[in-house]
Design a protein around this ligand. Structure first.
Ligand SMILES: Nc1ncnc2c1ncn2[C@@H]1O[C@H](COP(=O)(O)OP(=O)(O)OP(=O)(O)O)[C@@H](O)[C@H]1O
Ligand SMILES: [Mg+2]
Length: 258
């Protein structure tokens, strides 16, 4: 099996709008190693959410493939895909999407209904999540009775209860104020480490992205590596400029041409 837990090859996602076509994701390839924390940044409308949805199997590309743990999820039937997602992936969005009629605990346990794992496995994970996300005294409350930060911590617990191998997060702290965002993020990072999962997170926040193993930038549907463990790469503007200059540069003269 490949050493990559997730491998996307040449993804394209286009939207038709009236008689024009928007290419939200334009020939994007990506390899993610097991256990990596990867941040995706970029301006509004650059295609971050579209890409994340493709990687998470919430949307299908027009072209290209997404392979998670050796399974090409773009080829799975809707039924199989939803089972695969339930077992191997978790998602956290900017808006928590908790079920308003269910208590915090019931919300956390929703994903366990779809998977047939023995009960004691959830109980153990649940205990760990409650402790590390600090939501023990809020389990009987409805979402409307929780603060924004608490709601988001419950949503994170729900995303992690099945112990997914890959967690996808789209601006998970985007709706929170600085203090709450920092706290929720810290808890998320700690919990991720404890459970040893791979995480791909879209964020506008450089201080968050700086904690990632790698930062990618999205620009007009294209994905560029911006920083890895070795340090910063050129920003996308410089990368584009360089490509432009290389294209326009006069061909180097061969030595014998003088
Ligand atoms: N369902 C859709 N139908 C048509 N166009 C869409 C749809 N979803 C996204 N787009 C377009 O695709 C492009 C990328 O959108 P996307 O939501 O991925 O951007 P983003 O980088 O996540 O932006 P933001 O930071 O504002 O969340 C935009 O031009 C957007 O208008
Ligand atoms: Mg978005």
């Amino acid at each position: 099996m490949s050493k990559y837990i997730l491998e996307a090859v040449d993804l394209i996602r286009q939207y038709k709008q009236y008689d024009s076509v928007v290419t939200a994701v334009n020939h994007v390839s990506l390899k993610v190693e097991d256990g990596e924390f990867l941040a995706i940044m970029g301006t509004s409308g650059s295609g971050k959410s579209t890409l994340l949805n493709l990687l998470a199997g919430l949307d299908r590309p027009n072209f290209g493939s997404v392979t998670i743990r050796g399974t090409d999820i773009t080829k799975l039937s809707a039924d199989k895909l939803s089972r695969f997602r339930g077992e191997f992936t978790g998602v956290v969005f900017q808006k928590h999407n908790l079920v308003p009629q269910l208590t915090a605990l019931e919300n956390i346990l929703v994903p366990t209904i779809m998977c047939n794992k023995p009960d004691h496995q959830y109980q153990e994970t649940l205990k760990k999540l409650i402790l590390s996300l600090k939501i023990g005294n809020r389990l009987g409350h409805l979402p409307s009775e929780l603060s924004g930060g608490q709601q988001q911590r419950v949503a994170i617990a729900r995303a992690l209860i099945n112990r997914p191998q890959v967690l996808f997060a789209d601006e998970p702290t985007g709706n929170l104020d600085r203090k709450n965002a920092d706290e929720v993020l810290e808890l998320l990072l700690e919990t991720r480490k404890m459970m040893g999962m791979t995480m791909i997170m879209v964020t506008h926040d450089m201080t968050i992205a700086d904690k990632a193993d790698k930062i990618y930038m999205m620009d007009d549907g294209k994905l560029y590596l911006y920083k890895d463990k070795q340090g910063y790469y050129k920003n996308t503007y410089e990368v584009q400029l360089q490509a432009e200059q290389e294209k326009n540069a006069p061909k180097a003269r061969e030595p014998w041409q003088g």
